[in-house]
Design a protein around this ligand. Sequence first.
Ligand SMILES: NC(=O)c1ccc[n+]([C@@H]2O[C@H](COP(=O)([O-])OP(=O)(O)OC[C@H]3O[C@@H](n4cnc5c(N)ncnc54)[C@H](OP(=O)(O)O)[C@@H]3O)[C@@H](O)[C@H]2O)c1
Length: 326
Amino acid sequence: MKVLVTGATGFTGGWLARHLTKTGDVVRALVRSDSRVAADGLGQAGIEAVQGDLRDPASLGAACRGIEVVYHIAASYRTAGQPASAYRDVNAAGTGRLLEAARSKGVQRVVHCSTGGVHGHIERPPATEDAPLAPGDVYQETKLEGERLARAAGEAGGLEVVVARPIGIYGPGDTRFLKLFRLARGHVMLGRGDAFYHLTFVEDLVEGLRLCGTVPAASGRTYLLAGRRYTTLRDLVTLVAAELGTHPPRLRIPVWPVWLAGAVCEVVCVPLRIEPPLYRRRVEFFTKSRAFDASRAARELGFAPSVELEEGIHRTAVWYREQGLL
Ligand SMILES: NC(=O)c1ccc[n+]([C@@H]2O[C@H](COP(=O)([O-])OP(=O)(O)OC[C@H]3O[C@@H](n4cnc5c(N)ncnc54)[C@H](OP(=O)(O)O)[C@@H]3O)[C@@H](O)[C@H]2O)c1
């Protein structure tokens, strides 16, 4: 199939574009002209890079020409030093623009990558796709808005839409979880560590996304894509510490003063468009439970994550060491 991947200069989109190439698709990637990552690597992997931006409708129309399936992975996510309007313009309005371009160019299916974060803190673990929607910050709110636009476009007819909600994607190429690895070899843990955390190894996740793009009956459905098991944060940190050959941190400090410091950093930095050194979403990582049941994806898509947590942590640590990050 001829497919378009947005976000291919990022962590998940990069893995997905390469996975789809290996499994036989002809892959085009939408790449921003000012992307932090050079598109050369994509070209070497046999991926056609076309310039475009979710804020530029004309570029999206050109990118969708001749495409059968769009995997919409791009999002405004890792940068915290931006106002709410910037998240909304990419994650919600940008998704709307892409859906419109896909429809007008006769694309058959759009796989919309949302996030399990639309459920917010999980009160009753594990959560299924039907758990309450309770986004807890502007990123999660705008991801939910994007998801709703995607679902509405599917319901309007003429375009198949599948919504994927990945959970805690990690693996070689990601630096978001580096902080957790560094914390595991330190002395201080934030909070009691009894919140649940759920990780999904990127290799398993991209196969789940491919299934969303190819299984006929997936049209119109929403799927949580999560790893084989979840743990408490305390147990996760202990597993990472074991991989690193160290003791898990023994000193616990309360969360709320750090959360308050994060809020202050945001108030000062965001209007100046400076990346805050600390922000609430980062601190809430230690307090909000995330534990999911991905059995719908297993049943309907044949999603079968195969990378055990210990193995995924090992492969990630190896990559961090190779990069000189640990
Ligand atoms: N990482 C996780 O744990 C996690 C969990 C659940 C869901 N997700 C979802 O999974 C997806 C991928 O996450 P990730 O962690 O792989 O993200 P990432 O590494 O931050 O990559 C984001 C990608 O989006 C692109 N992008 C941002 N703004 C754009 C715009 N205006 N136009 C076109 N492209 C734009 C970026 O391009 P540049 O290179 O130009 O910046 C980059 O390629 C996102 O939809 C995210 O919401 C992630």
